[in-house]
Design a protein around this ligand. Sequence first.
Ligand SMILES: [Zn+2]
Length: 187
Amino acid sequence: MAKNYRYCPYCAADLVEIYRFDQIRPVCPACGFVQFQDPKVAVIALVIYEERVLLVRRGVEPAKGRWALPGGYMDADEMPAAALQREIAEEVGLTIQLDALIAIYPMTNGEGQPIGIVLAYAASPTGLSTIITVGDDVAEAGWFGPTEIPDDLAFESTTTLIGVWRERLSSTKNSDPRRHIKRHEVD
Ligand SMILES: [Zn+2]
């Protein structure tokens, strides 16, 4: 949970913590402002191109220096697709389209307390180029094949989603008889 305000953000009066709308909440006795703890909402994408997934090495906390799926927080006036398109354009200079909602994960803070939700989408590049340029909040970025995934992944959701993608990829290959034979020859 975010910290409670001590002063009213509208009229600067001291807030009092009283029971309102089923919970103890900071309330302004002067103007009636009530501080609600709204959930934070983030969007992340499994961007796939030719059996490779787009990963970014984070340039900011949390999990600075570790590899994650691209994405970020939604602004109040955005829908998820617009938020992801904005974040991915800022982080790696790619234009993408959303293909499907994969899962919704809880978002926790550093102490493991729930603070919001993370919407995870499957996406694909729509531009002519899949060349990535490193931008805001990102130290490095690249396309990774299923056997090239870095060990130092940022979040539990990163590991889970990459696992889901690799499983789908290998089950698709196993269902194709030619691929199946080739796989065993290689092994
Ligand atoms: Zn007030």
